[in-house]
Design a protein around this ligand. Structure first.
Ligand code: RUB
Length: 306
């Protein structure tokens, strides 16, 4: 397999590239770039190579519908070209580019609507590293909203450090906690100073019943948020829609938890969990504004052909 495709696969698998947005960008760019380098005049060989590369790239993170939707668009357009190899190459590049533009436009709207939600002096809690959530917080800060952000370190791979670094780089006061203290921190028992005004999480997938999939630990955060009456928002564009009520949850290497674990120890390392729609009490921040999770399916169908 092509070197660049393999490198992209490795970078995504190892989480050097992480978060639904960056994963989808890396996959669409890699497939577009690859198509220009395939040396053959045989259209069926070209199609087969594109398909193999796409399958490999998507296998790096199985719970990423936005990347899957992008590749689906490329493959279905490619299927329509049956004569000309040059045209086929062009189709792959154009469809990938169009999808990236759609993602960027949708992302801009999510950031705009998310920023409008945030008020001066709010305490905001987030988890893991979501590019969209990070951009919402940065935009709010740039618009003079003196927020404080609390975030989790996000074990076992510490993506919370990425969030913390990015927020600190623009000057946002940021406080990190271990994942297991999220519940207590959000609860009123941690004291008045630490009352959260909002929780904003990212998402890898929006399912057809309006529930969302995000970094493991999100469900627990949502449970506490509901119990404590703290509104929970999910920032995600509708290109992450997966038209099913179930999705495969990625399980990652056991080594990430404990390299020298005793042989008899069983370890489960889920990458994501599910927030049921009724726990997304604030709503989903998407291209259309702040929507109720149950509206996601209809609005996705209105906006996109996924
Ligand atoms: C990242 C994560 C993010 C979503 C959304 O998990 O759960 O909240 O992917 O990200 P991981 P974005 O680190 O395992 O990839 O807003 O960037 O699309």
């Amino acid at each position: 397999m092509d070197n660049l495709i393999q490198k992209t696969f490795k970078d995504i698998k190892s989480l050097k590239v992480q978060g639904a947005t960056d994963v989808a960008i890396a996959i669409m760019q890699a497939i577009s770039d690859y198509s220009s380098r395939i040396k053959t005049n045989d259209l069926s060989v070209f199609k087969e190579k594109i398909k193999q590369a796409a399958d490999l790239l998507l296998s790096a993170r199985p719970t990423e519908p936005m990347a899957q939707n992008g590749i689906k668009a490329v493959l279905s357009q490619l299927k329509k070209e049956n004569k000309n190899f040059i045209l086929a190459q062009d189709i792959v590049q154009r469809t990938a580019e169009d999808f990236l533009i759609m993602m960027a436009d949708a992302g801009d709207l999510v950031v705009k609507h998310g920023e409008e939600l945030i008020k001066n002096k709010e305490n905001i809690f987030t988890h893991c590293h979501s590019w969209l959530v990070e951009q919402i917080l940065i935009k709010a800060w740039q618009n003079q909203k003196k927020i404080k952000v609390y975030n989790t370190e996000t074990r076992p791979l510490f993506q919370g450090r990425v969030t913390a670094r990015e927020l600190l780089a623009v000057g946002i006061p940021t406080t990190m906690v271990v994942d297991s203290s999220a519940g207590f921190l959000i609860s009123h028992h941690s004291g008045k100073e630490l009352m959260m005004d909002k929780i904003i999480l990212g998402a890898d997938a929006i399912l057809s019943d309006g529930s969302v999939i995000n970094k493991i630990g999100s469900f627990t955060i949502a449970l506490v948020a509901k119990q404590e009456g703290v509104p929970l928002y999910v920032a995600a564009n509708l290109l992450k829609f997966h038209d099913q009520i179930e999705i495969k949850i990625e399980e990652r290497s056991l080594q990430e938890l404990w390299k020298e674990a005793p042989d008899d120890l069983k370890i489960i390392n889920f990458a994501f969990d599910r927030i049921p729609a009724e726990y997304i009490t604030g709503g989903i921040i998407c291209e259309e504004g702040i929507i109720k999770p149950k509206q996601a399916k209809t609005l996705t169908q209105k906006n996109y052909q996924l």
